[in-house]
Design a binder for this molecule. Sequence first.
Ligand code: CU
Ligand code: ZN
Length: 196
Amino acid sequence: ADRRRGAGRPAFRHYREVEYMLTRLILAAAVAVLAGCGSMSLRSATATATLAPTKGNQASGTVNFTQKGDKVLVAARVTGLKPGLHGFHVHEKGNCTAPDAASAGAHFNPGAGPHGAPTAAARHAGDLGNLQADATGTALYNAEVTGISLGANADSIIGRAVIVHANADDLTTQPTGNAGARVACGLISKSADKWF
Ligand code: CU
Ligand code: ZN
């Protein structure tokens, strides 16, 4: 007897079943890869704040924010400062309209922590420490900060404000770090999502 004919499964039909299975496997793999990319490395959320001087001051600059996993990389360049340290914070309200920027409210503090250093375990999420201005009044800042995000949760800094102060943040005085007047303020705006 012919065993192939006895099985009742023409060769072409078997081939189509294998092809169907392979197609499903490839589609499943593609979906898994796309899902992974979407939530991890390929999508990079960024935001920017343009700092403008408050009344009677000259400080201005740019702050760039990039989400890196559960941290946010903060990179700033500020000019027009008095040489030395200047308190640098995210404040809770995205409102720089008051001449002294008091409209930006207090330090962003979604976790109800005490004021502290950006590396402290307990702190305001908006505590970024200090900018250090050189003899020309220019400050560069680069830090990876926890407790804030560029997302949509309570820790999001989108729509809030960045403030630069006249004096050093001592990282201990409650609740402000005794950093003095607000010399520059900028609204934090999300940039269009980039895929790379
Ligand atoms: Cu501040
Ligand atoms: Zn604080």
